[in-house]
Design a protein around this ligand. Structure first.
Ligand code: COA
Length: 185
C-alpha cells in the first residue's frame, strides 16, 4: 500500500487502532476534591499527573457534605488562577457521584492523593466502591512530596484564620484570598 501516515501503512494503522495500540490515544484523568482551598499539596499531585496523562480535570466538588469557607465559584476561580500556566489541566465543578462525572468527561483515570496509612485505608475503600460502580475508571494513588505530607485544607484555613503565615503551602493568589476572607469574618 502506497499511502502511509507516520511511516505506518493505513492497514497497519487501522489494525493498531482496533487493538487499542495506537500511541496517540488520549488518556484523560480526573482529580476530585473539595479544594477549600487548593493547596500546594494538591498542586504537587496535579502537576505530576499532568506529566503522566494527556489531560487532567481538577474536579471541584459542590461539597454538600462540608461547610466550606470559599464558595464553589471562589474555589474554581482560585484553582484556575493557580493553575493558569498548565495547558493540559482544566478546572471544572461537579455534583453527584464522581464516577458519573468521570464517565461524562470520557476520563479513564481517577487520581487520589494518599498522604498516610489512614488516607490509604479510606482511599482503598473509595477506590473499591468506585471500581464496582464504574470498572472502566481506574483509580491511581499518588503520594505527595514530603513537605506536603502533613498538609490539609482545614489546617491551612485554621492557621490563616489565627493570623499565621501559609505562604509556604499555598499559591500567592490563595494566600491573598485567605487573608481577605479572614479579615472579613
Ligand atoms: N495535599 C494536601 N491536602 C490534601 C491532599 C494533598 N495531596 N490530598 C487530600 N488532602 C486533604 C484535602 O484538602 C482535604 O482536607 P480537608 O478535609 O481539611 O478539607 C482532606 O485531605 C480530604 O480530602 P479528600 O478525601 O479529597 O476529601 P474532599 O472532601 O476534598 O473530597 C470527594 C471528597 C468530593 C472527592 C468525595 O467525597 C466524592 O467523590 N464525593 C462525590 C460523591 C461520590 O462519588 N462518593 C463516592 C462514592 S463511592
Amino acid at each position: 500500500m502506497g499511502c502511509k501516515a507516520h511511516g505506518i501503512s493505513i492497514a497497519g494503522w487501522i489494525f493498531l487502532k482496533k487493538r487499542g495500540h495506537w500511541m496517540s490515544k488520549t488518556v484523560k484523568a480526573v482529580y476530585p476534591g473539595t479544594f477549600d482551598p487548593l493547596t500546594l499539596g494538591h498542586e504537587n499531585i496535579l502537576v505530576r499527573s499532568s506529566r503522566m496523562f494527556d489531560h487532567v480535570i481538577l474536579a471541584v466538588a459542590q461539597a454538600h457534605h462540608k461547610k466550606t469557607l470559599f464558595t464553589l465559584a471562589e474555589r474554581i476561580e482560585l484553582a484556575q488562577m493557580a493553575l493558569k500556566d498548565h495547558a493540559n489541566i482544566e478546572v471544572m465543578s461537579f455534583e453527584g457521584l464522581v464516577k458519573d462525572f468521570a464517565l461524562e468527561q470520557g476520563a479513564t483515570v481517577m487520581i487520589r492523593g494518599v498522604r498516610s496509612m489512614t488516607d490509604f485505608d479510606y482511599e482503598s475503600q473509595l477506590a473499591g466502591m468506585n471500581r464496582l460502580l464504574a470498572p472502566e475508571v481506574e483509580t491511581v494513588f499518588l503520594n505527595p512530596e514530603a513537605q506536603f505530607l502533613s498538609l490539609s485544607s482545614t489546617l491551612i484555613r485554621e492557621i490563616a484564620s489565627l493570623g499565621g503565615q501559609v505562604g509556604a503551602w499555598v499559591s500567592p493568589c490563595v494566600e491573598t484570598a485567605l487573608k481577605e476572607k479572614c479579615k472579613r469574618s
